[in-house]
Design a protein around this ligand. Structure first.
Ligand code: F0G
Length: 451
């Protein structure tokens, strides 16, 4: 921070390397056809730069690896549990911390215990597993993003915000609202941050109506850093203190440690309500594990405890935002429209705008996704009609950046691939769905190219 130099460097050096396997364009075309044009079906060793997700794909620090060796694998009340619990409590201020094997387990336990059957769960944007968990339990998920979030080119500091007027109308209406869960940062909404004012506003409305207010806090540190940079009154505050304030507005949170936990697995559910937490722990024992490990090994708890210290360090966050922005601006220069402004964990290419000749039912974002793989072995993920069906509002290709994994030359390479893809623009064709399951179809669907 505050360095007089212009270059923002990776604030780490590399101690252990993992070789990448090069492939030719011909090989990749064959691999893609064999995978039925679904990148979730492609083997990781056939991918050169894997931007499928930033979840569980980060590199751990030497301190985290030291934590792995320190891991106490005792079944009950291991030392590692106390290190994990103490760090999560200090960061979030929540009373009850319930470890889970990842974020969606926390979601399932929360929604089961809140009882969402026949009720509504509202959000700025529910993540796909979050919505699926609500619906599986007989509830209804409602997204209330601010209207500007649906215009990819619109430049706004907190485009991940929830539409508070729409929330007020929902809460005052006839819908039986089980809870509101705000996603920070807003992943399905283009990786955009939520302002502290919006978090506080949503919290206040929920309080007025006696509705529990939760955070889906997977990327809380990136969100807190955006607040520091963009919201008035936060510039001089430490990220840790901003994060603490974010959590202070909520009754509890779900968390996937695979993102801002800087770990490869893990998560937690947090709550202040004693009665609810007791119920949650009962369900935890049934399906995840004893309350002091909840589906995780002691070493995982250690890695997360350390990760939650490293993730709020500002030189790390400065580099994180700068490197993602570097990819976004490079792709724009290469001729690809992106969701503006660039977020922290991913760049979302606006496939709808770039491929207007491919109708949504023919999956334009999937077409772009396949082109990135064919051209350079880069794997991204479609966030559009293939993922969400006809309710998809935008056609996006997300290139998510694993934490502390790729260097600037890897990103330069992705930009160059983007340039090749941009040149193919109007030659790209859509797809037809050949085979797909009913739930979360994008993970396993088979596609056939058209034309
Ligand atoms: N909430 C958000 C906002 C997420 O982005 C994710 C996962 C989850 C919840 C679920 O957490 O995977 O630990 O069960 N997102 C990943 C992604 C998978 O690629 O965006 P999990």
């Amino acid at each position: 921070m505050n360095s007089p130099m212009k270059t923002i460097i990776e604030p780490f050096r590399i101690k252990s390397v993992e070789p990448l396997r090069m492939t030719t364009r011909e090989e990749r075309c064959e691999i893609l056809a064999r995978a039925h044009y679904n990148l979730f079906r492609v083997r990781a060793e056939d991918v050169l730069i894997d931007l499928l997700t930033d979840s569980g794909t980060g590199a751990m620090s030497s301190e985290q690896w030291a934590g792995i060796m320190r891991g106490d694998e005792s079944y009950a009340h291991a030392r590692s549990w106390y290190r994990f619990r103490d760090r999560v409590q200090a960061l979030t201020g929540f009373e009850h911390i319930i470890p889970t094997h990842q974020g969606r387990a926390a979601e399932r336990i929360l929604f089961s215990c809140l009882g969402v059957e026949g009720k509504t769960v509202a959000s700025n944007n529910l993540f796909d597993t979050t919505r699926a968990n609500v619906e599986y339990l007989g509830g209804r998920g409602v997204d209330l993003p601010i209207p500007e979030s649906l215009i990819p080119s619109r430049e706004l500091p907190f485009k991940g915000n929830m539409d508070l007027e729409a929330l007020e109308a929902l809460l005052a209406g006839d819908a039986d609202v089980a809870c509101v869960i705000l996603t920070v940062t807003n992943n399905s909404g283009g990786g955009q941050p939520v302002s502290m004012a919006n978090i506080a506003g949503a919290s206040q409305l929920c309080r007025n109506h006696g509705v529990p207010f939760y955070l889906d806090a997977c990327r809380f540190a990136e969100n807190a850093y955006f607040i520091k940079l963009r919201e008035e009154g936060f510039a001089d505050r430490a990220v840790e203190s901003i994060a603490h304030e974010i959590f202070s507005h909520a009754d509890g949170a779900t968390f996937s440690a695979k993102k801002d936990g800087l770990a490869n697995i893990g998560g937690f559910l947090a709550a202040n309500d004693d009665h609810l937490a007791a119920q949650e722990q009962e369900l935890l024992i049934l399906s995840e594990g004893f309350p002091t490990y909840g589906g995780l090994a002691g070493r995982d708890l250690e890695a997360i405890a350390v990760g939650l210290v490293e993730v709020v360090q500002e030189d790390y966050l400065e580099y994180r935002l700068a490197s993602t922005c570097y990819l976004g601006e490079g792709l724009e220069r290469a001729g690809l429209p992106i969701v503006r402004p660039p977020g922290a964990h991913a760049i979302y290419i606006d496939a709808g705008a770039f491929l207007p000749h491919i109708p949504n039912v023919q999956f334009p974002a999937q077409s772009l996704c396949c082109a990135f793989y064919e051209e350079g072995g880069v794997r991204g993920v479609e966030i559009g009609t293939l993922m969400f069906g006809e309710s998809a509002k935008l056609e996006l290709l997300r290139l998510a950046i694993p934490r502390r994994v790729y260097t600037q030359s890897h990103i330069d390479y992705v930009v160059e691939v983007g340039g090749q893809v941009a040149k193919r623009g109007c030659d790209l064709r859509g797809f037809r769905l050949a085979k797909a399951p009913k739930v979360l179809r994008h993970f396993s669907a088979e596609l056939e190219p058209l034309g």
